[in-house]
Structure formats: structure tokens, C-alpha cells
Design a protein around this ligand. Structure first.
Ligand SMILES: O=P(O)(O)OC[C@H]1O[C@H](O[C@H]2O[C@H](CO)[C@@H](O)[C@H](O)[C@H]2O)[C@H](O)[C@@H](O)[C@@H]1O
Length: 252
């Protein structure tokens, strides 16, 4: 990993060249105490819709959240998206694909909830094909949550892995990640033939940056921290400004 340049990312050269892949939490919306507490204002919906239209649909949200949760926050917008780090996907034509069998998680689901109930400040987000334990309400429990999560992942076997995000530990499929989602989108219309640009803030976005780079595009890191991305935007506000500038350029 290198320290991303602090240069501002470029703007799209024309309507037909870029495919935009956008992370949600920490990129499009600032981080807040509870996953349900994120606020998506109408101007963000309008911006995403207009960008998607200008790019002929070559814009996807690539998130750790479930697609139903993304739809809830972005309603009535229904963008192309990959949810649960790529365990599910909806293409630009609206076709839904569920890549993962959530069955094996049954063996740990209840025990993970009991573990969270027993510790003040912990909360389980059950996304179906992945389980997240949030500890933003009890940061001192980070190590305990990681250890507990790892024990469960060891039980589940190599089809699952532990992902450590921002005040969250997730049990997710080891067979999907954001980079693979980008590759899958890039093999489909209207993404194929374009240059992939991935914008994200978290460790899970590094795979997205890597795939974008491998396919001739680049990554944009939002916020601090080591990264393999090529450019950096300081925070969600700067990310929003840059997206607005992209739209203005595409309208010219
Ligand atoms: O890939 P992303 O779109 O960045 O999603 C990553 C996780 O985001 C959510 O959790 C994070 O945001 C919450 C709201 O700001 C915050 O309370 C939490 O501490 C963060 O970890 C989401 O709840 C997870 O499911 C996503 O995997």
C-alpha cells in the first residue's frame, strides 16, 4: 500500500468513458452512531440519478449493506448495486442475483445475537447472507467482538471470513468482495468498455480500488488512512462536491 496522492481526482472526459462505482457509508453519507440513522437528502438522490443517466446507467453503488437497505435509504431510486460486499447484485437492467447461500449462517445467527444482547452497546445487523456486529456504542469491546467473531468464522469454515470495518466486525462469505463485484459489472452492459473508477473510504474498498486499477481505471480514497488508491478526497463533503463537478462536466 502507498499513501494516496493528495491531488484532486480528474473529471470525466465524456459521457461514454467512465463507469462509476460508489461505496455508500463514509463515502456518500457521513458515518453516524447507528446504521439506521443515515440521512440521504433529496439532493443526493437527484445527483446520483442524474449521474447514472448521464453515464447511460454505468453507475453502481457497491456496499457492505444489503440491497434492500440501500433501496430503503435511496428510495424511490433503484440503482445498479452490489450489496453485502458482493454477495448480492442488481444490474443496470434491474435483474437481481443472489450469489451466496446464507444457510450455513443459521448455526451462528442466534448465538451471535445472544452475545450482543449480553454486552451493552453491541448491536447485530442481520443482512441475510452476512452478519455484522456493531460496537460504535462500546468501542472498548472491539477486541472481544473480534475474538468472538473469529471463533464463529472458524466454526463455519473456509467459505466465510471475518471482515473488520469501522466499529463493525462482519461475518461474510470469503467468496465475494467488492473487487469481484466491479469485475462482474464490467463484464456487462452498460459498464463494459468503460474505465472503472472506484470511490470508497474503508478497508473493504481496497479490493474495489485494485480491480479498477487492474482494468485501466483508478481508485479514490475518501478520508484518512493508508490506501492503494490513486487520489484522495478529504471527506464525504468533498466527495459530494467532486460528484457534483463530475455531473456539471458531463452536462457540458
Ligand atoms: O461498504 P459500505 O457502504 O461503506 O458499508 C460498510 C458498512 O456500513 C454500515 O456501517 C457503518 O456505517 C454506520 C452508519 O454510519 C455506522 O454506524 C457503523 O459504525 C459503520 O461501520 C453498515 O451498517 C454495514 O452493514 C456496512 O457493512
Amino acid at each position: 500500500m502507498t499513501d494516496a496522492t493528495h491531488a484532486r481526482p480528474p473529471l470525466p472526459p465524456s459521457q461514454h468513458e467512465w463507469a462509476l462505482f460508489l461505496d455508500f457509508d463514509g463515502t456518500l453519507t457521513p458515518l453516524v452512531d447507528h446504521p439506521d440513522g443515515v440521512m440521504v437528502d433529496q439532493s443526493l438522490r437527484d445527483l446520483l440519478q442524474a449521474l447514472s443517466e448521464r453515464l447511460d446507467g454505468a453507475l453502481a453503488v457497491v456496499s457492505g449493506r444489503s440491497i434492500s437497505d440501500l433501496d430503503y435509504h435511496l428510495a424511490p431510486l433503484k440503482l445498479a448495486c452490489a450489496g453485502q460486499h458482493g454477495a448480492e447484485r442488481r444490474d443496470a437492467a434491474g435483474r437481481y442475483q443472489h450469489a451466496m447461500d446464507s444457510g450455513p449462517l443459521e448455526s451462528v445467527r442466534q448465538r451471535l445475537n445472544e452475545f450482543a444482547d449480553a454486552h451493552h452497546g453491541l448491536m447485530v445487523e442481520d443482512k441475510g447472507a452476512s452478519l455484522a456486529v456493531h460496537y460504535r456504542g462500546a468501542p472498548e469491546l472491539a477486541d472481544t467482538v473480534v475474538r468472538h467473531g473469529q471463533t464463529m468464522v472458524d466454526e463455519l469454515g473456509s467459505d466465510f471470513e471475518l471482515h473488520q470495518g469501522k466499529c463493525v466486525v462482519e461475518i461474510k462469505s470469503s467468496r465475494c468482495h467488492k473487487g469481484l463485484s466491479v469485475e462482474t459489472f464490467m463484464n456487462t452492459t452498460p459498464f463494459s468498455g468503460r474505465q472503472p473508477i472506484f470511490v470508497g473510504d474503508d478497508a473493504t474498498d481496497e479490493n474495489g480500488f485494485a480491480s479498477a486499477q487492474a482494468m485501466g481505471g483508478f481508485g479514490i480514497k475518501v478520508g484518512d488512512g493508508e490506501t492503494r488508491a490513486d487520489f484522495r478526497l478529504a471527506d464525504t463533503e468533498q466527495a459530494r462536491q467532486w460528484l457534483e463537478e463530475c455531473l456539471a462536466t458531463l452536462k457540458q
